[in-house]
Design a protein around this ligand. Structure first.
Ligand code: SF4
Ligand code: SF3
Ligand code: F3S
Length: 365
């Protein structure tokens, strides 16, 4: 019989969070998830009536950037609320316990909440040698398999856990693999980005708590509510792209004017993420707004796909490379044709992703 645990709202109140701030938080979260106004009531109701989710957060081969992002969540109470309320029953970075005590806390959570806890994983699994990334005498693979057994669902944080990130870059010396390549038979959500946006991370957790099911995922396992649009589609420099106004080098006049960064390597046209909409650091900015091209950090193999500061090579399915030159020379038909090709190619690619969506992606967990 489950002990009577306080609801998220009760815990908020105990922490001194006002009803007003609590409601504001619920509204923000519902808006981020793209819910209708009735969705706000569902979020409020869930947080008022349900206890926090038990969580085990594993750190495998990674740099901790996802944790860093998460604890800097935009809404002032997100970090407090989630860090306390989802209860990081086990996370090597943030928990006070260490060594055997920490291992004992993990064992206890796995036993006590068997079948109920969310397993959050930051980092890739090295498969070349068991000695890489050992914790408490166990290999990363062993640790993950053990923790996955009793997990209700797995959230893979960041490009490391979703696709291997920098460790998997050629020549991938540790044989780094994404979680979904190794763990089978469990629902896995890939929350992509290097790191993912804090509010996106929070939104996924709140969604799971509210609806008790997996969010809809795209063909790469990413929640559609945050990854269905290209960075290019919400980019405030897009008008410059369309007008053929490009930065040619980082110190030129065009850069000062805030022209499009496509020619200096921007991967926005092939990258699905919410950066242009949600942004970072309390909605302050994101790479492109800081004058830096999108590196495509929410896509698989982004370290190897192409050099960061060179315009995209002939990425399969995209037809804009040649057009970028033509646009500058002759606006008009070339531009229109290029953009049309671009749009069609992108839609085809996106359609494929949607068609490939795994059936269990909307299932209850
Ligand atoms: Fe924005 Fe990059 Fe697209 Fe240019 S190429 S409009 S900078 S996303
Ligand atoms: Fe990884 Fe790219 Fe940082 Fe989140 S996601 S740990 S490197
Ligand atoms: Fe990553 Fe591009 Fe956003 S580099 S943070 S997906 S703008």
């Amino acid at each position: 019989m489950e002990n009577k645990r306080p609801t998220v709202y009760e815990e908020c109140r105990q922490k001194g969070i006002s009803r007003r701030d609590f409601l504001k938080f619920c509204t923000t979260m519902a808006a981020l998830m793209g819910l209708e106004s009735s969705g706000v009531a569902q979020v409020v109701n869930a947080l008022e009536t349900k206890p926090r989710l038990p969580v085990i957060w594993l750190h495998l081969q990674e740099c901790t950037c996802c944790t860093e992002s998460f604890i800097r969540a935009a809404h002032p109470i997100v970090a407090t609320l989630l860090l306390d309320k989802i209860s990081l029953d086990y996370t090597e970075t943030l928990m006070a316990a260490a060594g055997e005590q920490a291992e004992a806390a993990k064992e206890e959570t796995m036993k006590k909440y068997y079948g109920e806890y969310l397993l959050m994983i930051e980092g890739s699994i090295p498969t070349k040698d068991e000695g890489y990334c050992c914790v408490g005498g166990k290999s990363a693979l062993q640790i993950t398999e053990e923790a996955a057994k009793g997990a209700k669902a797995i959230i893979a944080w960041g490009n490391c856990a979703c696709a291997g990130c920098v460790q998997a870059a050629n020549p991938n010396p540790t044989g780094a693999k994404a979680i979904h390549k190794v763990i089978k038979g469990k629902p896995i959500i890939n929350v992509q980005g290097c790191p993912p946006i804090a509010d996106v991370m929070a939104g996924v957790i709140i969604y799971m708590l509210t609806f008790e099911r997996m969010p809809q995922l795209d063909g790469l396992g990413r929640p559609k509510m945050f990854y269905s649009r290209r960075v290019h589609d919400s980019c405030y420099r897009r008008a410059n792209f369309d007008a053929g106004l490009f930065v040619e080098s980082f110190d030129d006049e065009n850069a000062k004017h805030g022209y499009c960064l496509y020619k200096v390597g921007c991967k926005g046209p092939s990258t699905y993420n919410s950066c242009g909409i949600i942004k970072w650091n309390e909605g302050t900015s994101y790479p492109i707004q800081s004058g830096h091209p999108c590196l495509g950090c929410s896509e698989e193999n982004f370290w190897d796909n192409s050099p960061f500061y060179k315009r995209m090579p002939d990425v399969h399915g995209f037809g804009i490379e040649a057009t970028a030159d033509q646009i500058g020379l002759a606006l008009g038909t070339a531009t229109a044709a290029g953009i049309a090709v671009h749009a069609v190619a992108t839609n085809i690619r996106k359609k494929k992703l949607i068609d490939n969506e795994e059936p269990e992606s909307t299932s209850n967990i």
